[in-house]
Design a binder for this molecule. Structure first.
Ligand code: SAM
Length: 279
């Protein structure tokens, strides 16, 4: 299908037409470079016929790249003006493509009009991690994806135990699958130019989630406690969620985890073992 991609002039014209001043609060930095869009679509290995969910399509920069690759796109946008405009732009630039725009807060959406197999997005920076975790939790049909996030956040998501930036988002992301840095993105490809660098992060879901929802909630509680006091040994850091320090030592030992270790040394499987040992 023939699809036109947005460049700097189109992005500015659309924004002017909507009388839109991009807001920081909604992380509105729009991609103005077609090469970057194609790079994201390639990194996500999007194929014709894939159902892709996009979070925060904005003016459509990435959306048209996904449609160009032949994907059917479901796009969730919180800004009413942008959600209303996108189908009108699509009628001009991608008249034969399959696009459904959902006007909603991505942090709250629990149902989509079709089952996506991939998630591809240039995420709003202030909510990137909670939005990702929300989608992975509520839409098990999503098997893989690529997202553009602030560089610091991307390195956290892809971090392994022992790394300086390994933390609660790294463990929670690993609950759902394997993560990798899939590319760097210059801040010059955005309008307006943000004051942080960005990276592409790719993921593949592993299995169908590690365990039951109840065990996930308990594991995440333990993870938050461990990294809430990341300098402390686990037997102390976890005493609030596992009982006193003596009880914490007993549970950690039963789980095969050294009570004197710190959270940053544990894999998601270790945290899961601790959660299991509490029941
Ligand atoms: N995808 C577009 C692009 O690449 O040019 C826009 C990306 S911009 C970084 C983030 C987009 O997410 C904006 O369009 C913004 O309005 C939208 N957004 C912000 N918070 C959101 C939320 N909670 N749910 C859905 N969309 C949101």
């Amino acid at each position: 299908a023939s699809v036109a991609l947005l460049g700097p002039a189109e992005v500015r014209d659309l924004a002017a037409m909507l009388d839109l001043t991009p807001t920081k609060k909604l992380g509105q930095n729009f991609v103005i470079d077609a090469n970057t869009v194609r790079k994201i679509v390639r990194a996500a290995r999007v194929e014709a016929g894939d159902v892709v969910v996009e979070i925060g399509p904005g003016l459509g920069s990435l959306t048209f790249g996904l449609l160009e690759a032949g994907a059917a796109v479901v796009a969730v946008e919180i800004d009413r003006r942008l959600a209303a405009q996108l189908p009108l732009t699509a009628a001009q630039l991608a008249p034969e493509a399959s696009l459904t725009v959902v006007h909603d807060d991505a942090l709250r959406v629990l149902e989509l009009p079709s089952e996506p197999s991939r998630l591809v997005a240039n995420l709003p920076y202030n909510v990137s991690v909670p939005v990702l975790l929300h989608f992975l939790e509520h839409f098990p049909s999503i098997r893989s994806g690529v997202v553009m996030v602030q560089a610091e956040v991307g390195h956290r998501l892809a971090a392994a135990p022992g790394s300086k930036v390994y933390g609660s988002p790294s463990v929670k992301a690993a609950w759902y699958g394997d993560w990798r840095i899939a590319g760097q993105v210059s801040r010059q490809v955005f309008w307006p130019v943000p004051n942080v660098d960005s990276v592409l992060v790719g993921f593949d879901r592993v299995g169908s989630g590690l365990d039951s929802e109840e065990l996930r909630v308990r594991t995440f509680e333990i993870v938050d406690a461990a990294f809430g006091q990341r300098r402390k040994m686990l037997r102390q850091a976890l005493s609030t969620v596992l009982g006193d320090s003596q009880e914490a030592t007993r549970i950690l030992t039963a789980a095969g985890v050294d009570p004197m270790a710190r959270g940053e040394q544990l894999t998601v499987h270790d945290f899961l073992a601790v959660a299991r040992a509490t029941s």
